[in-house]
Design a protein around this ligand. Structure first.
Ligand code: ADP
Ligand code: ZN
Ligand code: ZN
Length: 802
């Protein structure tokens, strides 16, 4: 008998290894590596992944596999390999890595059923339990009312009831009823002649199948023939036709709605950029390209034509775009060029829709996938190119286990398939640009905008000056003037505010009291609409006070400005203007993001006001003014990338103005106008910024000069957190080489979240062979406590420092 090594769906240190199971004879020929199975595990049954099939096991008394969840492998050899690699790179459990590579619908769901044991006297059951088991011998625990659960537990303990664990496959296919003939055409012809005169409708149906012998959806059949279902049903009863289930895709996009586009003749610059990419495609060579091109320089057209070549070679392409810029505009460009060969994966799709898009990839029905981070795991087997647009976006790093960066996975897959990886950006990360400088990546530059349209002129406004000259509004004189001017001309305006909510915090002007969350070390945000104070970390909310809880003063002031407040002020100052507000609050519902952008595109409003979600990828020809209300919001975050992030955001949002025939202008309001990231962004000077920021990074020993690891410890008790973090830091100092720097322990920038204290320490290293063993040792050492209340998060190459 053959044996399968299985990774089980229990994410814990002790179970982070393979378990052996017998393969029942009936499945011996079917079972393959990468298939999902159901296996007994202790008292329950769990989902698992077959990672190996072998003839022998060192263990005796193996249990057999209970069930197969798929008739084919859901993880290819390559993906299994990537899974193992991720466990090394991110220190995650194998099961977490495998699950991250599949659509959420394929993650197992578990249910518990309670079964009445045969020997039990029904009347011995608790009276709360009896009604559930009157008619049937099992009940799902999830169907039991909360207040009856304890009675159930009592009866389980008494041995009257048994708990059965069931694994549910949530990856449901959508089907519709179909109809097809049971006989071939000549028999149907014969049958037709035997029908009586009265069966006119049935004759009509049979005649239809004489001409269209294929399966058809019942609904479509009835519509086409204008008949009810009755004659069809009658024919099924007679055994002439049979009912089928036709598998359907939930298609979120109507492919016919996309206008077909064809390749544009490339500019000279584009031609120079695409040549080396096409060459590596031809030579089947792996190479990483950094395509550094200002916004509007035609990067996307280069992507499209590179993909076109890949498809001509019969291969496949993955295009990653940040979630936020996976706009209908973006989808249109790819669907317009490649039509139904394109699958789209983003968070706006339902779990079922995502699963269907994934299956199209799996069945090789599409050859291009455009998607957010996790689309990098698309199960293509013949990849010809991977493109990462806006490569500087931090959303490519997953902030939960497995903490992988899509760029690393893309490069791994590029090596595996021998194909190019193209990273595109107008503001590449310092890490990528430094690699391009060193020749690790090949640099491709697009320096000119299409139509030679000039980059917008940028004005920096010192808001301290505005205040001194008596302007207490959130709009500087210049910005307000320009807004009015555009409104008169009928042109459009984009206003960026990097915050949501009405005000950022509430303070008593007499005693300085600031409301902060009772569970988290962070001030509460005021939401005007329902007069609530909310915590953006844990969701805590409370009514906003009218008087100060400390000194009873009624001089409560709402500090900072949120999008809501800007909107109100705009409406007050410019009542004639229509404003569309886009932030987490207005785009929460499915499709809202898209709808608001469409409205703006159709010029139903002159002003688009929003958080950074409006900064990316939008292309509206009529926008001639961009205002940044407060450029400093990100600058003072405790994060060594805050200058870089500020520069990127300002550059991106400036790129929204004057993309087409109308020239654009940008106004940046700030309290720190002298800061180099603001100054250099206003001059569109990436190279200058790169030089300056590299010096800062070198001086303070940050990436790209050093690699970093962030270890965050949290626990309900402060003393415990401090003690553990201190031990970890000491251990690391002792274990790691002298060139490696260990910082901390210090309180995390957000020192408490959901009643848990947070401490951290940071490792900075260049070459550290002892790193992974040391980190693994820490995880092992605290295993016992991690299962109780302690959490230790280890983030290699972190992007979030909070
Ligand atoms: P990027 O991706 O660098 O921001 P895009 O690819 O969106 O730039 O190009 C900006 C605009 O220029 C788009 O409207 C695009 O259709 C157009 N464009 C790109 N390449 C060409 C070309 N070779 N000829 C004419 N128009 C082009
Ligand atoms: Zn007070
Ligand atoms: Zn909170």
């Amino acid at each position: 008998m053959k044996i399968a090594s299985v990774i089980v769906d229990v994410a814990a240190k002790q179970t982070d290894r393979t378990f052996d199971y017998l393969i029942p004879d009936k499945w011996e020929d079917i079972l393959q590596q990468g298939m999902r199975v159901v296996v007994p595990f202790g008292p329950r049954k769990v989902q698992g992944f077959v990672v190996n099939i072998k003839n022998q096991s060192e263990f005796k008394k193996l249990k057999p596999i209970a069930d197969l969840l798929d008739p084919y492998p859901v993880l290819t050899q390559e993906l299994l390999q990537i899974g193992h690699w991720l466990t090394e790179k991110t220190l995650c459990f194998a099961i977490s890595a495998f699950q991250a590579m599949l659509p959420a619908a394929m993650k197992a769901a578990y249910d518990k059923e309670v079964k009445l044991l045969g020997s039990t006297d029904f009347h011995a059951l608790h009276e709360d339990v009896q009604p559930y088991l009157k008619q049937r011998s099992t009940v799902k625990l999830s169907d039991v009312k909360q207040e009856h659960l304890s009675a159930f537990y009592r009866d389980i303990q008494k041995g009257y009831l048994e708990v059965i664990y069931i694994v549910k496959n949530r990856a449901n296919k959508k089907t519709v009823k179909g109809i097809k003939p049971l006989y071939e055409t000549s028999r149907l012809q014969n049958l037709l002649e035997q029908f009586s005169k009265q069966a006119e409708k049935q004759k009509q149906v049979v005649s239809f199948f004489l001409e269209h012998p294929d399966e058809i959806a019942l609904k479509d059949l009835c519509e086409q023939l204008n008949v009810t279902q009755a004659p069809v049903k009658a024919l099924v009863q007679k055994g002439v036709l049979m009912e089928t289930d036709i598998e359907m895709y939930r298609n979120p996009y109507d492919d016919a709605a996309f206008q077909q586009t064809s390749a544009l003749p490339l500019t000279e610059e584009q031609g120079q950029a695409i040549a080396p990419i096409l060459q590596t495609i031809e030579e089947k060579k792996h190479e990483v390209f950094l395509m550094y091109g200002v916004t509007g320089s035609g990067k996307t057209e280069v992507y499209l034509q590179s993909i076109d070549q890949v498809l001509k070679d019969g291969k496949e392409a993955i295009v990653l775009v940040p979630e936020i810029s996976l706009t209908p505009q973006m989808v249109k460009r790819f669907k317009g060029r490649f039509g139904s060969k394109v699958a789209v994966l983003h968070s706006g799709l339902s779990a079922g829709e995502k699963y269907d898009e994934w299956r199209k990839i799996q069945r090789k029905e599409v050859s291009v996938v455009v998607g957010a981070r996790s689309a990098v795991f698309a199960p293509f087997q013949n990849l010809g190119i991977i493109i990462i647009d806006e490569e500087h976006e931090t959303s490519y790093k997953q902030e939960e286990t497995p903490r992988y960066h899509a760029r690393d996975v893309a490069i791994y897959r590029g090596e595996y398939h021998g194909c190019p990886v193209v990273l595109g950006s107008a503001t590449p990360t310092l890490e990528s640009f430094a690699r391009a400088q060193k020749g690790v990546y090949q640099l491709l530059t697009l320096s000119k905008r299409m139509n030679e349209s000039a980059l917008p002129i940028v004005d920096i406004i010192d808001m301290r000056e505005e205040l001194r000259s008596g302007n207490r509004s959130m709009f500087s004189g210049l910005l307000f003037e320009k807004i009015q001017d555009r409104l008169e001309k009928g042109e459009q305006i984009v206003l960026l505010l990097n915050k949501r909510g009405h005000s950022s915090f509430v303070m008593c002007r007499d005693c300085g009291f600031v409301h902060s969350c009772p569970h988290c070390e962070i001030s509460l945000t005021y939401h005007r609409y329902n007069h609530l104070l909310k915590c953006h970390y844990c969701g805590h909310e409370q009514k906003a006070d009218v008087t100060c809880p400390e000194c009873s003063s009624d001089h409560i002031r709402y500090f900072g400005t949120g999008t809501q407040k800007v909107e109100e002020e705009l409406l007050k100052l410019l009542p004639q203007a229509q404003v569309i507000r886009m932030d987490v609050d207005t785009t929460g519902r499915k499709g809202a993001h898209e709808r608001l952008l469409n409205q703006f595109g159709e010029q139903k409003a002159q002003i688009l006001l929003g958080t950074q979600m409006i900064a990316k990828g939008l292309d509206f020809p009529n926008v001639t003014l961009v205002g940044v209300l407060s450029a400093d919001t990100m600058l003072h975050l405790p994060d060594f990338r805050s200058s870089e992030k500020t520069f990127q955001l300002l550059t991106q949002v400036s790129g929204r103005a004057g993309r087409h025939h109308l020239p654009g202008e940008v106004v940046i309001q700030t309290y720190t106008p002298e800061h180099y990231s603001i100054q250099l962004a206003s001059r569109h000077d990436y190279d200058g910024f790169y030089q300056q920021e590299m010096m800062t990074r070198k001086l303070h020993q940050y990436p790209p000069f050093y690699y970093t690891v962030l270890i965050t410890v949290s626990h309900e008790e402060l003393t415990k957190v401090v003690a553990v973090t201190d031990k970890i830091a000491q251990f690391l100092r002792q274990k790691l080489s002298d060139q490696t720097i260990v910082l901390g322990p210090v309180a995390s920038p957000i020192a408490r979240v959901k009643d848990r204290y947070r401490y951290q320490c940071m490792i900075k290293y260049k070459l550290e062979p002892e790193l992974i063993p040391a980190l693994r040792f820490i995880i092992d050492r605290y295993q016992q406590e991690i299962q109780q209340k302690l959490t230790i998060t280890i983030d290699l190459q972190p992007y979030s420092m909070m």
